[in-house]
Design a protein around this ligand. Structure first.
Ligand SMILES: Nc1nc2c(ncn2[C@@H]2O[C@H](COP(=O)(O)OP(=O)(O)O)[C@@H](O)[C@H]2O)c(=O)[nH]1
Ligand SMILES: [Mg+2]
Length: 297
């Protein structure tokens, strides 16, 4: 596997700052996950990293996800004793969902302060891999654009505190990735745009994500492209003896992929398919939710 340069200098400094200073100050952690690949976004050591501070797992971007899968993953986390919420940071109606979850998770601390007539401000640290919507969440909570957002990984470079109301302040962090992830996880993170596209061949990335969608969400593709594959005739003559099923299925999608490319008109001169352009465009369609609610994990 190609080594991915996902650990730029500013990120290393930011991580050190978070681990050495910010976590100590925090009353609670909002751990933002992209609902299109929530498990891939999750660091298994997060509890240790945040010194067992209370964590709320925030499944963001539910407008782009497969809620059946999200609910199942959410239930597993809840059953293991974790606090979770599902939101879309682009919809300010979810403000109260976050606020209530924080109140619940800090209820004892808040009650203690209240009984002493102390007016406290609670510090919430917002963590998660790049592009999961941390800055968007803070903007939604503060009803203003104080945190800088962007659809490319690594937009937030400095650790910045934002006042939400009289009770809450939140610390936005640059997307923190942790050094260990396997190929499946890194691919999932790449498909949803959490890793820099520069590190990947987009014609491969687009093809692969379309194949995954074809295998797991065929209805989504049928609806979007208005193609009925079940009606496709398989014209291959099959010699059962030396028939390689693995190749056949790999081939089968390649043929379908070509049809999708042609349908979209991704053609170069000399009647060749423009796989580079196709990969990039299909990735965009997936990332912007045009292929329907999808969860890869
Ligand atoms: N569709 C959708 N897009 C979102 C949502 N939350 C964030 N985004 C988009 O995801 C991209 C990354 O968001 P950002 O807040 O910068 O992520 P950060 O790197 O974690 O701070 C931006 O283009 C946002 O507009 C959401 O709930 N739904
Ligand atoms: Mg950000």
């Amino acid at each position: 596997m190609k080594e991915i340069k996902w650990f730029p200098g500013h990120m290393k400094k930011a991580i050190e700052d978070i681990e050495e200073n910010r976590i100590k100050l925090a009353d609670a952690i909002l751990y933002v996950l992209d609902s299109r690949a929530p498990i891939s976004c999750m660091n298994p050591n997060v509890k240790k990293i945040v010194h067992n501070k209370p964590i709320i797992y925030v499944f963001n971007k539910i407008d782009l996800a497969d809620m059946k899968k999200v609910k199942a993953i959410q239930k597993e986390l809840e059953d293991a004793g974790n606090k979770t919420v599902t939101i879309s940071a682009s919809d300010k109606n979810y403000k109260s969902v976050i606020k209530n979850a924080i109140k619940q998770i800090l209820s004892e601390k808040m009650a203690r302060n209240e009984s002493k007539n102390l007016k406290a401000t609670y510090k919430i640290l917002v963590l998660g891999v790049p592009n999961t919507g941390k800055s968007s969440l803070i903007n939604m909570m503060s009803s203003s654009k104080k945190a800088i957002t962007g659809n490319i990984a690594g937009v937030t470079k400095a650790n910045q505190w934002v006042k939400i109301d009289d009770e809450l302040i939140m610390l936005d962090t640059p997307g923190v990735l942790w050094p260990k992830f396997d190929e499946t996880i890194s691919k999932n993170l790449a498909y949803i745009g959490c890793l820099s596209d520069n590190e990947f061949d987009l014609s491969d990335l687009g093809y692969e994500v379309m194949k995954i969608i074809y295998e797991n969400y065929p209805e989504n593709l049928k609806a979007r492209f208005n193609i009925d594959w079940s009606a496709e005739e398989n014209t291959k003559s099959i010699n059962e003896e030396d028939f390689n099923y693995e190749d056949f299925y790999a081939d089968e999608f390649l043929q379908i992929y070509d049809k999708l490319c042609l349908k979209r008109g991704y053609i170069m001169r000399k009647n060749e398919i423009d796989y580079q352009r196709a990969g990039k465009c299909f990735l965009d369609e997936f990332r912007s939710g045009k292929l329907g609610g999808i969860t890869l994990d």
